[in-house]
Design a protein around this ligand. Structure first.
Ligand code: AMP
Length: 398
C-alpha cells in the first residue's frame, strides 16, 4: 500500500486528495483557497471530520507546507516519506502530450510554452509543481493533462477552417478539455454496454464548465470544447459556439475592447447572460419554475445546444450505444437532464424513465432511460482525482 496525492492547483487555490494505492481508498481531501491573502481558508476532510482554519498563506509553497504539516499533526501520515508520488492536473497539454508524463525539464518547458493557450491555469500548475518540489524534493511528480484524451481526434475533427498558416504557425486548433473526466466516464460506461464491441458513447460532462465528447473503443473521436473552454455547448457563464462575427459586431456597436468582450463571453454569458439571474443552474431552475421568461429561455437554449451536439455526434459515430450524464448539472439536475433529453427523444428514439431520472441525483449512479429506449442513458458521477492517482501510481510506483 502506497500513499499518492492528486493535486489541482489554481491561480489562488490548491485542491488535494490523498489516496491509498492501488486500493484507491481516499484517506483525506481538502483545499487551500485565497492563497496570497492573510485570511486564506484551509479546509481538510478526514475520517468523519471536517476542519477549517483561516490562516495567512503568502504563496503556493506555504499552502503546500500547511497541507503536509496538517497531515502529520492529524496523524493522517506518520512522516512525509509516506507520500510516494504526486499527480497534478494540467489544463493545457497542447499537441505535445497524449498521455500523462513525469515532470522533468522537458515537461516543464512544454507546459510553460503553452501558457498563452491557458494563461491562468498553466501558470498556476507550474507554481504548484514548484511548491511541491520545494517541500517534497525527492518525491516523483507527474502531470495529467486535460487535453491528452482528445489527442486521438482526426485532423478534420480538430482543425478550424481558418487560414492554414494560423494552424501551422500558432497551433490554433481544437484541443478540448475535461479529458480526464471523459476518459474516466468512458471506462465506467463500459459496464452498461450489452455488446462490448458496440461501444459508441456520447459523454456529457455538464458542470459549470461543460463539454460533450464522442468516444469509440475508449478513444475520443470528437469533443465540443475548442481551442479554449469557451467553445462548444452553452455553459453557466460561457457562450459556447457562435457565429464569430458576433464578436466583431459587439465591438463595432459598443466600442468595447476585445479583451472586455472576451471576458463577457467567458464570464457573463451562458445561463447567467441569458437569464440575467445567476450563474448557478439551481437559481435559474427556480426562477423558471416561478415563470421567469428569460430563465425559461435560458434553459431551453441550453438544452437545445446539447441536443445539437448529441445529434452531431450520433452522426459522427454512425450511431450511439450509451449516453452518459455527469458533473455538477449532469449528476444533480433532473430538470436540466430532462430538458436536454426531450430534445432528442423523437429523432433518436430515446425514452426517459422519469421516475429514475428524478431519483438519480447527488452522487447516485444508474440508468435513467426506459428498457424501450433505443439508446441507454445513464448518470455516472465523475472522478478526475482517482484518474490522477491511478496514473501517478502506474507511472511512478508500479
Ligand atoms: P461542477 O463544475 O461540475 O462542480 O458543477 C457546478 C455546477 O453544477 C453549479 O454551478 C450548478 O450550476 C450545478 N449544480 C446543480 N445542482 C447542483 C448540486 N446539487 N450541487 C452542486 N452543483 C449543482
Amino acid at each position: 500500500m502506497k500513499k499518492v496525492m492528486a493535486v489541482n492547483c489554481g491561480s489562488s487555490s490548491v485542491k488535494f486528495k490523498l489516496y491509498e494505492m492501488p486500493e484507491e481508498t481516499v484517506i483525506c481531501s481538502g483545499i487551500v483557497e485565497r492563497i496570497g491573502h492573510d485570511d486564506a481558508i484551509f479546509t481538510i476532510k478526514y475520517e468523519d471530520k471536517k476542519d477549517t482554519v483561516i490562516i495567512p498563506v503568502k504563496d503556493h509553497a506555504v499552502a503546500v507546507e500547511n497541507v503536509l504539516n496538517a497531515l502529520i499533526e492529524k496523524s493522517i501520515i506518520k512522516s512525509l516519506d509516506d507520500i510516494k508520488a504526486v499527480g497534478h492536473r494540467v489544463v493545457q497539454g497542447g499537441a505535445y502530450f497524449d498521455k500523462s508524463e513525469p515532470w522533468n525539464d522537458d515537461t516543464y518547458s512544454k507546459v510553460e510554452s503553452l501558457i498563452p493557450l491557458a494563461p491562468l491555469h498553466n501558470k498556476a500548475h507550474l507554481v504548484g509543481y514548484n511548491a511541491f518540489k520545494k517541500v517534497l524534493p525527492n518525491v516523483p511528480q507527474i502531470a495529467v493533462f486535460d487535453t491528452a484524451f482528445h489527442q486521438s481526434m482526426d485532423a478534420e475533427d480538430y482543425t478550424f477552417p481558418i487560414p492554414y498558416e494560423y494552424t501551422e504557425k500558432y497551433q490554433i486548433r481544437r484541443y478540448g478539455a475535461h479529458g480526464t473526466s471523459h476518459k474516466y466516464l468512458s471506462q465506467e460506461g463500459r459496464k452498461y454496454l450489452e455488446n462490448p464491441e458496440n461501444d459508441r458513447m456520447i459523454i456529457c460532462h455538464l458542470g459549470s464548465g461543460a463539454s460533450i465528447t464522442a468516444t469509440r473503443h475508449g478513444k475520443c473521436v470528437a469533443t465540443s470544447m475548442g481551442l479554449t473552454p469557451l467553445g462548444g455547448i452553452m455553459m453557466n457563464t460561457r457562450t459556447g459556439d457562435m457565429d464569430p462575427s458576433v464578436f466583431y459586431q459587439i465591438q463595432a456597436m459598443t466600442g468595447k475592447g476585445y479583451e472586455e468582450i472576451f471576458q463577457e463571453m467567458n464570464k457573463k454569458s451562458g445561463l447567467l447572460g441569458v437569464s440575467g439571474i445567476s450563474n448557478d443552474s439551481r437559481d435559474v431552475e427556480n426562477a423558471a419554475k416561478n415563470g421567469d421568461p428569460r430563465a425559461i429561455l435560458a434553459i431551453k437554449l441550453w438544452a437545445r445546444r446539447i441536443a445539437d451536439y448529441i445529434g452531431q455526434y450520433y452522426v459522427r459515430l454512425g450511431g450511439c450505444d450509451l449516453i452518459i450524464f455527469s458533473a455538477g448539472i449532469g449528476e444533480n439536475s433532473s430538470e436540466f437532464r430532462e430538458a436536454a433529453i426531450k430534445n432528442i427523444e423523437e429523432a433518436l428514439n430515446v425514452r426517459l424513465d422519469e421516475e429514475a431520472n428524478k431519483n438519480t441525483n447527488r452522487g447516485k449512479e444508474g440508468i435513467i432511460s426506459l428498457p424501450s429506449s433505443k439508446i441507454k442513458i445513464v448518470v455516472i458521477p465523475t472522478d478526475e482525482e482517482v484518474m490522477i492517482a491511478r496514473d501517478a501510481y502506474d507511472i511512478c510506483l508500479k
